[in-house]
Write a protein that binds this ligand. Sequence first.
Ligand SMILES: O=C(O)C(=O)C[C@]1(C(=O)O)C=C[C@@H](O)C=C1
Length: 366
Amino acid sequence: MSATLDIVPLQDWINTNGKPLMIAGPCSAETEEQVWETVTQIAKEGYAHVIRAGVWKPRTRPGSFEGMGEAALPWLQAVKKETGLPVAVEVATPEHIELALKYGVDILWIGARTTVNPFNVQEIADALKGVDVPVLVKNPVNPDVALWIGAFERLQNAGLKKLAAIHRGFSNMQETKYRNSPMWQIALELKRQVPNLPLIGDPSHMAGKRAYLAELTQRFLDLDYDGLIIETHRDPDKAWSDASQQLTPAALGEMLRQLQVREPDSADTLYHSHMDELRAKIDNIDRELLEVLAARMAIVEKMGEYKRDNSVTIFQIDRWKQVHASRAEMAKKLGLYSDLVEDLYRLIHEASIRKQTEVMNSVSQA
Ligand SMILES: O=C(O)C(=O)C[C@]1(C(=O)O)C=C[C@@H](O)C=C1
């Protein structure tokens, strides 16, 4: 599947001089002074193209700081005037949109907990009809590419063309290294289905801890993301929200300087001729791989016919356990990722069962 969206390229609405878009700012706008100090330090560092700050905060449980609301918007207006940097805030309701636009907010984003709900997204889209403002959409908390794309389609139907996606990771049940699981394949699938949609990485919410910010940011850059949104606070440990994932504007500058920014392609012809050779090899290997898979499937089909004609069940647990275990052993010896081979055989087994079910439901030729 793929979706066609009419998107204004990122560089046409924000000039980053060809560099990845960098959105930085505190998790929440807490006080006028905190916003002022944090943003002046960011501006001094010189890496940010946009300032972010949470004004309305969706919190997991009631009772924690839920944002300063409208009172914080003039503070953002003031730092925008002082630094010349555009400002971005999260919106979740038509009222938020009305207020944000009233105070000259330049970029809006829709949070992960809002993207999950098509009713909310539709309300936001309706409120934005006729407004030419860039809107960034965070991935829904559950790993559902179609739901994420659906949010863009709703905004597009309302006439919005300055759109971008933010990958902040996905909620998980158990304790994991990162607060939100990256599930890179979901974001890459979004990019495959909507290639012209800019993709921005959010290492702060993905990591949940400042110690992991650098490695995640490097991953985003290596996967050729178009930008980053990172939380930074003048005094991170005293932040009113997300204290453990923020770092000072100077520390963020230091982190960014340590990163390797690689190019999406090379101008070197030697590089291209080597790559072409290697890609031709991969093309051949993939053809062989698929031919082997087709040969396996033909045997599976034959087995289905014998099972049908002898009234034997499709699923053969003992044989399957044996296949599973022996392939895992082979994978280990070959130095292959064990989860790759496990996933592969799960898919192969599913396909075998599907094929044999088709055979069972067909009439015997005998
Ligand atoms: O060995 C069988 O009975 C098969 O049908 C083949 C196969 C497989 O794909 O390897 C498929 C289904 C069974 O559950 C076990 C194994």
